[in-house]
Write a protein that binds this ligand. Structure first.
Ligand SMILES: [Fe+2]
Ligand SMILES: [Fe+2]
Length: 306
């Protein structure tokens, strides 16, 4: 099926999933979660120092700072996600309504994380704003090549984002920060469920197109973040701290979604090309399993040696 036919056939599913989303999601307000009591006025010549941070008594380290910066800047890059989603799925009907609602929800995520960072002074606000300007001025986001690729990418990415937000919150050691990140992660979970089930419906309609898209997206998957100044350094700190890494990607994303939920191995009626794509995908998953186990073992050995 081409994109247009697939999107048209899925319109009733989008309506159903959108209604389910609206019935499940709960209204919430960033200002309820930001601990304003910790805020203070700053002079223009105030230069931020690590010691200015107030994490409710907890210590914040570089990895937690990196996670907060990357998670927030990813949310800040929203205009370009909206552009990609509208381009892939269209601006009309249920598709357009979903894209706009999704955008409004994602905007809340950046508001609450930004508010938390400003009142707690957890990161350098000048560096943060410069990084936001650099990233949003660049406008780089992943651009899946078809609607099918788009469904797969956003399903995997929303789940990865949920996990990264949640783990970032846990890393903070500050109950207020944990509550902020947990709340955002709960939204990402609903986004994930929307796209996961949309992809499931697409697999039923056209398994061959979807299997090829899944193979491409699993092989090429990258977390959003390209364009963030110092992204490689942040990503390595995030992986070291166990917020998001290859082990999590394999065990908590690829296996539960691609293998279990979408049941790629047992799909029937694939054309020859899709059959080959599935073989490559299964080989890729086996490789990612080996890498994940190796990384885990190395980490356990290091922990035991300490
Ligand atoms: Fe978000
Ligand atoms: Fe999301």
């Amino acid at each position: 099926m081409n994109d247009r036919a697939l999107l048209e056939a899925l319109e009733p599913t989008v309506e159903r999933l959108f209604d389910r989303h609206l019935a499940t999601t709960k209204e919430w307000f960033p200002h309820h979660l930001v601990p304003y009591g910790r805020g203070r006025d700053l002079d223009l010549d105030d230069v931020w120092q690590e010691s200015h941070a107030d994490l409710g008594g907890a210590q914040i380290d570089e990895a937690a700072r990196s996670s907060l910066i990357v998670n927030l800047l990813t949310e800040d890059n929203l205009p370009y996600y909206f552009r990609s989603i509208e381009r892939m799925f269209g601006a009309d009907g249920a598709w357009g309504a979903w894209a706009k609602r999704w955008t409004a929800e994602e905007g809340r995520h950046s508001m609450v994380i930004y508010g938390y960072l400003m009142v707690t002074r957890a990161v350098d606000p000048v560096a943060l704003e410069r990084a936001r300007m650099a990233q949003v001025s660049g406008g780089i986001t992943p651009e899946p090549s078809s609607a099918a690729d788009g469904f797969v990418y956003v399903a995997l990415q929303e789940l990865a984002t949920r996990i990264a937000h949640r783990n970032t919150g846990a890393l903070l050691g500050d109950p207020a920060g944990f509550a902020v990140m947990k709340r955002v992660a709960a939204d990402e979970n609903l986004h994930y469920l929307f796209y996961r089930d949309l992809a499931t419906a697409a697999i039923e309609l056209d398994p061959s197109t979807m299997v090829k898209a899944i193979e491409r997206q699993v092989v090429g998957f990258e977390m959003p973040g390209a364009g963030i100044p110092g992204f490689a350094r942040h990503a390595s700190a995030i992986a070291k701290a166990g917020v998001y890494d290859l082990v999590i990607h394999h065990d908590q994303i690829l296996v539960p979604v691609v293998v279990r939920h979408w049941g790629i191995e047992g799909l029937e009626g694939l054309d020859a090309e899709a059959d080959q794509a599935r073989d490559r995908l299964m080989a890729r998953l086996a490789k990612s399993e080996r890498v994940a186990r190796r990384v885990s073992e190395r980490r356990e050995a290091l922990a035991a040696a300490v």
